[in-house]
Design a protein around this ligand. Structure first.
Ligand code: BGC
Length: 515
């Protein structure tokens, strides 16, 4: 039976539970087998064998006569797609600057290192403010409206960057985009976390990291594709497409049921929950959320005896994620490689490979996180980052200009570093801050960790090129390698394992109290 025919049969879309993007068929595989007689059987067999998600999602989206359970999964899948757009924009807008910088500086008549740093880093200042405001705004006017406003700010910011006549206005545009990036990094996972059923929440949190890395890779590909025409305006401007899609996609989404419950809009909340839960969960969930909302936590509770150490762990993870240098590679690799003697096209191509390794290893991490656990990935990934930095530093030992084999060694070092980040500290930071905090203060504590992340990102980014001039590549890369070893020692001692436990169990163990 052919797939399209089959999708008209309701019973045929009952396939295994979604369990993250870890397994299942690739889209092109589905298309390939669909054109064969008996193609559907092959899809089902392979999807079941893999416990898979993607084939299932594809079929759910195509199924017209879905049963209530399938409709639930379809709504969840659509919410995940919206998440992906928020993460994609986060990644695209932060990644695109690496290639665009090469051409922006020529257009504005040669910029100093500091002026270049401002283009990259003012986005991060905006992001700190955006992350701070988004939590409060989302509590006041709802998650959905906040995402809509965020998407609108994205559109305004990227269009301003694309059409800016002057350098100062480009800086303003980067701050505006930053507000949206910071807000999206907070509110989109918050919204999705409240909309999707708990059993798929872990996978979807890390799916956000996958979307970030995919956004970075797409931005590199576009930078590379447009490098011939040096069209940095289009590099910035293309982000308007996913931003508009996020806005339109969100118009068709419902408000977060948890937020509705907190506003005492129980009937509306029940209506939304019916779309995204199976019936049996709904009343218990409404009661749970009502109970939690009654216990109003004050900001002071973040400093209470039981919670303070966890807030500290989250902030340390955030700071280490940044001061070990990931974004100097993500934002400045082409500038670095060009300085080391690569042509601008070769530098951008090496950057694309780096972005692809980032995406690929994030997929591996998503697959491994619920199997191997968070700690093994975090520890081995961080150790790998130190090795990568050491290799890159050694390549620069003989001088700043790299030739032949040494250039390849430097690139290999960067790839080892990025791949190791992607399998550990990249996804594990965002996952842990969604897991380790008591429910009452989760939003506030996540906001603190997110701001610490953007703040540390800002400090590193704004000082990187200046630092590079002062202590050269060898010094900077050895410094990052050293900080990575400090991070490793800290993680070894302080970061808990959260694999396979309910959030309530984690809360009980980490705070020594009942939820
Ligand atoms: C970090 C970003 C970084 C990205 C790279 C994220 O986890 O928070 O700062 O650019 O990973 O993949």
């Amino acid at each position: 039976m052919r797939l399209l025919e089959a999708c008209r049969q309701p019973y045929l879309v009952r396939i295994p539970q979604m369990n993250g993007l870890a397994s299942g068929l690739r889209f092109c595989d589905v298309q390939r087998v669909c054109s064969k007689p008996d193609g559907l059987d092959e899809v089902l067999t392979q999807t079941r064998a893999n416990g898979g998600a993607l084939g299932g999602v594809v079929m759910m989206l195509m199924a017209k006569n879905a049963t209530p359970a399938e409709k639930v999964r379809r709504h969840v899948a659509l919410s995940a797609a919206v998440t992906a757009l928020g993460g994609l924009l986060f990644g695209y807008d932060t990644g695109v600057v690496s290639g665009a910088l090469l051409f922006v500086k020529k257009d504005f008549g040669g910029l100093s290192s500091f002026q270049e740093e401002l283009i990259t880093s003012l986005l991060l200042v905006g992001a700190v403010v955006g992350a701070l405001l988004a939590g409060r705004v989302a509590d006041l006017i709802g998650r959905r409206f906040t995402v809509l406003i965020t998407a609108a700010i994205f559109v305004v910011g990227v269009l301003l960057a694309a059409f800016t006549p002057t350098y100062p206005l480009l800086l303003v545009a980067r701050i505006v985009i930053g507000l949206a990036v910071g807000s999206a990094s907070m509110v989109v996972p918050l919204y999705i976390g409240e909309v999707v059923p708990p059993r798929v929440r872990g996978g979807l949190v890390s799916l956000n990291q996958l979307a970030i890395t995919a956004g970075i890779l797409v931005s590199y590909l576009i930078d590379y594709g447009l490098s011939g025409s040096a069209n940095w305006r289009l590099m910035f401007g293309l982000a308007a497409i996913p931003a508009v899609l996020l806005f339109v996609g969100m118009l068709f989404q419902k408000e977060s049921p948890h937020w509705l419950i907190r506003q005492d809009r129980i009937d509306e909340a029940r209506d939304v929950l019916r779309r995204v839960r199976n019936d049996d969960d709904i009343d218990a969930e409404i009661r749970d959320v009502q109970q939690v909302s009654r216990k109003q936590a004050s900001a002071r509770e973040l400093l209470s005896h039981s919670v303070r150490p966890l807030v500290f762990v989250g902030v340390m993870l955030a700071v280490f994620q940044q001061i070990t240098g990931i974004n100097t590679v993500i934002y400045y690799a082409p500038t670095l490689l060009q300085g080391a003697g690569f042509g601008s096209s070769a530098a951008l191509l090496a950057n694309v490979v780096n972005g692809a390794v980032n995406v690929g290893m994030t997929i591996v991490a998503i697959w491994l996180l619920d199997r191997a656990g968070r700690r093994p990935l975090l520890l081995s990934g961080t150790a790998g980052m130190a090795v990568g930095m050491a290799i890159t530093a050694c390549a620069f030992l003989g001088g700043e200009n790299l030739h032949g084999a040494l250039a390849i060694v430097a690139v290999i070092g960067l790839l080892v570093y990025t791949g190791s980040f992607a399998i550990g500290l990249g996804p594990v930071f965002w996952l842990l801050i969604a897991e380790i905090y008591p429910l009452r203060i989760r939003g506030a504590a996540m906001s603190v960790a997110t701001m610490a992340n953007w703040g540390a990102n800002f400090v590193v980014t704004v000082s990187f090129l200046t630092l590079l001039n002062a202590i050269n590549g060898v010094g900077v890369f050895f410094l990052f390698g050293f900080l990575t070893l400090v991070a490793l020692a800290y993680f070894w001692r302080k970061v808990p394992e959260t694999k396979g436990r309910s959030l309530q169990e984690i809360e009980h163990e980490l705070t020594g109290s009942r939820a």
